[in-house]
Design a protein around this ligand. Sequence first.
Ligand code: ADP
Ligand code: ZN
Length: 435
Amino acid sequence: MGKYWNEEIECMSREDMKKLQSERLAAQVRHVWDNVPYYRKLMEEKGVTPDDVNGIEDLYKLPFLTKADLRDAYPYGLLAKPLADCVRIQSTSGTTGKRVVAFYTQHDIDLWEDCCARAITAAGGTKEDVCQVCYGYGLFTGGPGLNGGSHKVGCLTLPMSSGNTERQIQFMRDLGSTILCCTPSYAAYIGETLHEMGYGPEDIKLKAGIFGAEPWTEEMRHEIERLLGIKAYDIYGLTETSGPGVSFECEEQTGMHINEDHFIAEIIDPDTGEVLPEGSKGELVFTSITKEAFPLLRYRTRDICVLSRKKCSCGRTLVKMTKPMGRSDDMLIIKGVNVFPSQIESVLLKVSNATPNYQIIVDRVNNTDTFEIRVELSDDMLSDTIKSIEELERKISGDIHSILGIKAKIRLVEPKSIPRSEGKAVRVIDRRKLV
Ligand code: ADP
Ligand code: ZN
C-alpha cells in the first residue's frame, strides 16, 4: 500500500481536483435543493438556484449554515435521503450546547472510514499494525470513525473505547499496540499512568498516536511524545461533516491535509461572512460534496485557522489547515481581553515542573472579572522549598501577563488534584454564566 491510502486523490493536480470538486458540488447542490426544503428555502431567500452553481467559483453564492440551523432543523430537517436509506446516527459531544444529530447511509460511512484510513496511513499505519482505539465509542464519532479506518487499513484493531486506564496499558503491553488513537488529553493521562505503573516508553511498542477532537498545543504534543515515546499526529473533524478524518497530519507535521475530494474548505471573516484569501486567519467553512444523507453546504464550523497550499514534502497536494486553536465560542473574554485556553496551555508547558493538568477559573466579583489558573505540580516539586514554589508561581504569572496582557492568579495545586479527562478535557470553569 505504501505511503498513501489513495495516491491518485491525495496527490492529484490542483486542476484535476478543482474539476472533481466542481462536478461534485454542482451535483450536490441539486441533490440538496431537491431533497432538503430547509436549505432550499435559504437558497430561495438568497435568490440562488442550482442553475447558478456550476463549479467551485460559484460557491460564494450559496447561503451559510450554522449550528443554529442544525438545532432549528433538529432532528430530520436537513436529512437529504429517506430514513429507510440511513443506517446510523452519530451525535456531537455537546461541548457547546444542545447536541446535533447526523445521519449516515452505508455509502457515507464508507467514505468517512476511508478518510480515517488516510489518516492512519499518513501516520505510518499498515496492516502489520496493532491499532488501539480509545476514543469513546457510541454516539461520539471518535471511536467508530477510527475503528472503521483501522479496519480498512487492515490493522489489528483494539476497540477499547475510553476509560479504565490501567487496563488500556495492560492491553497495550500484552498485545503490542503500535498505534494509539484518542484525545490528546487522554493520551497525556495514559502516558502519566504508564509511568506511575513503573513503566516507560521502552516497555511498550507504540510508535505513533492519532490525536484530535479537541485543541492541543505543540507543547502538549512534545509532552505526549516524551511520555509515550511516539510521534504524535493531529486529526480533525466534526460530527456535522461525518467525524474525524476531515483532515489529518502527514509526517511533515505542519498542518493537516484536508480531504478535498469530499470537503471544500473556505476561510471567512467571522463577523462579515466575507471569503478571505489564502493565508488569512478566519473561520473555517466546509461544504461536503459527497455525503448523501446529511450533506451540509457552507457549514460554519466556528473553528479559527489558516489554510495553506504551500508544497508539502510528503507529496500530498491536498490543502493544509493549521491546528485550530479553539473555536470562536471557546474564546473567553476576561477583563475585555480575548483569551484562548490553548494560549495558557502553551505557556504552562514551556515552564519546567508544570504538568499538562490545569484549569482556568473565571468569575465575576463586584463587577470585575477574576481570573485564576490552577496548575498541578509534578511529584518531584513536592519536596521543593516554599521559595522555589513561589518562584515558579511568579514565573508562570509573568509569562501569562506578557502573552495576554492581563494578570492571572496562579495557584499551584497538589499532584492528582485536577480531574483527568478520558475524552475531551474541560479546561474552563466560567462561573460568570451562572449569574
Ligand atoms: P462538539 O461540538 O460537541 O464538541 P464534536 O465532537 O463534533 O462536537 O466536535 C467537533 C469539534 O471539535 C470541532 O469543531 C473542533 O472545534 C474540535 N476539534 C476536533 N478536532 C480537533 C483538533 N484536531 N484540534 C482542535 N480542535 C479539534
Ligand atoms: Zn504533507
